[in-house]
Write a protein that binds this ligand. Structure first.
Ligand SMILES: [Cu+2]
Length: 352
């Protein structure tokens, strides 16, 4: 792959040098006529322009056919469908407009290619035409923007209604830690200055704060299905971004401040694994892994589909691997799991 890239770069450098010498040659005022485009040149350029349009459309169709199956499955959060709808209509409109405008651009370039003796027609303006191509984009864009603002306001509305579960996501180079508010569902105060590695107080919780002792710190995020979750984000070192693609959620983690985001998971991990798109994706991946196993390569264990929290800001050399598993389960399963976890108070006591 690297060899191929180096080869491509070298070829491009040579083309650049060749073109530059050509420009230099052209700039030398010689009375030679050879460099002036004749009808054959214009015709060839016209055909190439047309061919390029056909190529663009073919590669678009090919990409749709080949790559749509690698996209995310349907959203697993309550607000996800609104987000996907907005995205779909925005892309559809962009796609239709680009289809028409690119056709006009390339087709007219081809149709009105230069011909000996042809003169351009002087055409001052056309008020009606200008009115149409101004007013239609104005209406469409205003509609999209208003809809977008409405969706944004709804999605970004973090409030305490409906008894949300309180979870903190803590980012550091290069891993995530999650903290639950515990039985009181209130997070104890915390600050990076209170981090005490010797005492395993890795998140810098305030031991004097009475809300801290029942907090539960974990390395795997469990969420009960159907309950709203209010997330609070902190970062220890640099800018990170908590990205939960299956829930259409992302929020920056900024050192020195607490950011917030809220969503309601609506599909359990067990249920998303039954989604036909997901089953198809898992089968395709495991086919590749089986081939790897046969060839004795790495990453050959069968893969099981999971929700995941990723970092979406390039935060350092292991950024690509900064992730945490998310499990959405029934309330009973969640209750059973959280009961088995140690509280911060218990961890501190065991360290003494
Ligand atoms: Cu990161």
């Amino acid at each position: 792959m690297t060899t191929l890239l180096i080869f491509i770069v070298l070829v491009l450098v040579f083309i650049a040098i060749w073109q530059m010498t050509k420009i230099f040659e052209l700039s030398q005022l010689k009375s030679e006529q050879a460099q002036i485009a004749n009808d054959t040149d214009n015709k060839n350029n016209g055909y190439m322009l047309f061919a390029f349009m056909v190529f663009t459309y073919l590669i678009t169709i090919f990409s749709f056919w080949k790559y749509t199956k690698i996209l995310l499955p349907e959203a697993s959060s309550a607000h996800g469908a609104d987000y996907d709808n907005l995205m779909f209509w925005s892309f559809l409109i962009i796609f239709i407009v680009q289809f028409i405008t690119q056709f006009l651009l390339h087709y007219f370039g081809y149709k009105y290619r230069g011909k000996e003796g042809n003169k351009a027609l002087y055409y001052a303006d056309n008020d009606r035409l200008e009115f149409i191509w101004t007013i239609i984009p104005v209406i469409v864009l205003a509609g999209l923007i208003l809809w977008g603002l409405y969706a944004w306001t709804n999605i970004m509305d973090v409030n305490d209604e409906d008894d949300p579960l309180i979870v903190e996501l803590y980012a550091q180079q290069f891993n995530w830690t999650a903290r639950y508010g515990g039985t009181d569902n209130v997070l104890g105060g915390a600050n990076v200055r209170m981090i005490d590695i010797d005492k395993a107080n890795v998140l810098g919780l305030d031991e004097a704060d009475s809300y801290s002792s029942d907090d539960v710190i974990v390395k795997e995020l469990h969420l009960p299905v159907g309950r709203k979750v209010n997330f609070f984000f902190r970062s220890q070192d640099v800018l990170h971004s908590a990205y939960m693609p299956h829930f259409r959620a992302q929020m920056n983690c900024v050192p020195g401040m607490i950011t917030e985001f809220s969503f309601t998971p609506i599909t359990t991990t067990a249920d998303i694994r039954k989604n036909p798109d997901v089953i198809d994706k898992v089968n395709r991946t495991n086919k590749i892994r089986a081939e790897k196993a046969a060839a004795g390569l790495e990453n050959q264990e069968p893969w099981e589909y999971d929700y995941i929290l990723l970092c979406n800001k390039i935060c350092g050399k292991s950024h690509y691997n900064m992730q945490m598993k998310i499990i959405v389960e029934t309330q009973e399963e969640y209750d059973a799991w959280i009961k088995t976890q140690q509280t911060f108070g218990q961890t501190m006591a065991s360290m003494e």
